[in-house]
Design a binder for this molecule. Structure first.
Ligand SMILES: *Cc1c(COP(=O)(O)O)cnc(C)c1O
Length: 437
């Protein structure tokens, strides 16, 4: 298992730093001859002209086995839903960002997440997932999997000593988020990957590890370098970065590219080139710069919250009080190898009872919605504006109270996505909100 730092150096196998590569991409992409454009073009052609029957036939043959041809010469484009140059350039750059062989882009994060399971699971298979999970991923497992006789099982994947016993002959994928949404719990990706690797020696079909990397972003964490088989991301969040476009992506090894392409072709959740373009031109090249500034601000905001009498507990990987500090320092590192704690904060308000704390959180979020200039009450995350929300009643409302309790989600919990504002302004608005909560 390579250490994250060694792996980081390995993905920087080019002579230039990854932050530079995210601005420039490949010097001459075979995806498109744009050597005369400073900005890559946004293509807008559903179908592609074929100068011969032979070229058309070859295009279809290549598409069915893209790994055979994809990396050597320009693809033969046929139809947007199969493959397309603007999206292809974004995929190339996302693969770089993750140190992955390939990236396959989808219309949303959920399009990408559902494609991983759809592509590798058979009827009868199950996913073993961590118990704290994005609400729609839970809904996918609980409501749609049974139609295909598939199942999602939940467990506490922070207990590495129990993991191997939780695997059954039906387990096909282990799926987790780290840090978790919304509670910012850190799970040991390399540790889990090592246990699966050992268990797989005795299995006919390997258990695959899938990591939802949305909260960390590839700037702060590259799951494939830690031993995962799939990194999935909602591009909608930090990678698009401005809250204007939806998208998702799966980063993986070359062997899975073909099945993901074919799955996307038939299920159709393909990223439109018009949505891929701003992510390629604005989002990805500014990711590192935004994240560095947001991390500094998040640390200041988290430290302020931690000292506030109306706050019971703050979970932010950059705080010395963070319970998984040593693990976070090992696995959340930027392209230079420095610790990268991200910009998401979760905290619990104080109250004599859990319900009392819940009322404080509701009054805080309401007061901010009405009065704060710098903090917006909204779901989603990873935008230039700071966003606040109340997970128990909003993003995670699909979970029953019992499921919320198991996920460690209390009604006093509040989630903040720190944006690009002046930290002192954010602290002042939070202070006024807390004072009147
Ligand atoms: C938002 C989010 C998703 C879903 O992404 P969409 O682009 O909204 O489909 C998945 N996982 C996590 C952790 C998220 O925050």
């Amino acid at each position: 298992m390579p250490s994250p730092r060694r792996a980081t150096r390995r993905i920087a196998r080019h002579r230039y730093g990854l932050e530079t590569v995210l601005v420039h991409g490949k010097p001459n992409s075979p995806k498109w001859d744009y050597s005369h454009h400073v900005v890559p073009p946004m293509s807008a052609s559903v179908a592609y002209r074929l100068e011969s029957e032979h070229r058309g036939a070859k295009g279809f043959v290549d598409f069915v086995s893209p790994t055979a041809s994809h990396f050597k010469r320009a693809p033969i484009y046929l139809y947007d839903r199969l493959d397309e140059p603007t999206r292809g350039m974004l995929e190339e750059r996302l693969a770089y960002a993750h140190g992955a062989d390939v990236a396959v882009a989808f219309a949303s994060g959920m399009g990408a997440i559902s494609a991983v399971f759809g592509a590798v699971m058979d009827s009868g298979d199950e996913v073993l997932a961590h118990q704290t999970l994005y609400g729609c991923t839970v809904s996918l497992f609980d409501h749609w999997f049974p139609k295909y006789r598939m199942r999602g099982r939940y467990a506490d994947l922070s207990r590495l000593d129990r993991l191997e016993r939780l695997l059954t002959p039906k387990t096909r994928v282990v799926h987790l988020e780290s840090p978790t949404n919304p509670t910012l719990e850190c799970l040991d990706i390399a540790g889990i990957a090592a246990i699966l690797k050992r268990a797989n020696r005795r299995r006919r079909r390997p258990v695959l590890l899938s990591v939802d990397n949305t909260f960390a972003t590839p700037f702060a964490q590259r799951p494939l370098a830690l031993g995962a088989d799939f990194a999935v991301e909602s591009l909608t969040k930090d990678i698009a970065g401005f809250g204007t476009d939806m998208g998702g992506a799966v980063m993986t090894r070359r062997e899975f590219e073909s099945v993901l392409f074919l799955y996307r072709k038939d299920f159709g959740a393909v990223l439109s080139p018009r949505a891929a373009w701003p992510i390629l031109v604005y989002g990805l090249p500014t990711l590192a710069t935004r994240l560095k500034r947001q991390e500094e601000t998040a640390l200041a905001v988290a430290a302020y919250l931690e000292r506030h009498p109306k706050v019971r507990r703050v979970a932010y990987p950059g705080l010395p009080s963070y319970p998984w500090q040593a693990l976070a320092r090992r696995q959340m590192v930027d392209y230079t190898g420095a610790f990268a704690p991200g910009h998401m904060i979760y905290f619990e308000t104080a109250g004599r009872t859990p319900a009392g704390a819940g009322r404080v959180a509701e009054r805080l979020v309401d007061g901010i919605a009405r009065k704060a200039y710098t903090i917006t009450l909204a779901v989603s995350l990873g935008q230039v504006r700071t966003l606040i929300e109340h997970p128990a009643s909003m993003t995670h409302a699909a979970l029953t109270p019992e499921e919320q309790r198991k996920a460690g989600l209390l009604s006093g919990g509040v989630r903040i996505s720190v944006g690009l504002e002046d930290p002192q302004d954010l602290i002042a608005d939070l202070g006024r909100g807390l004072a009147s909560a």
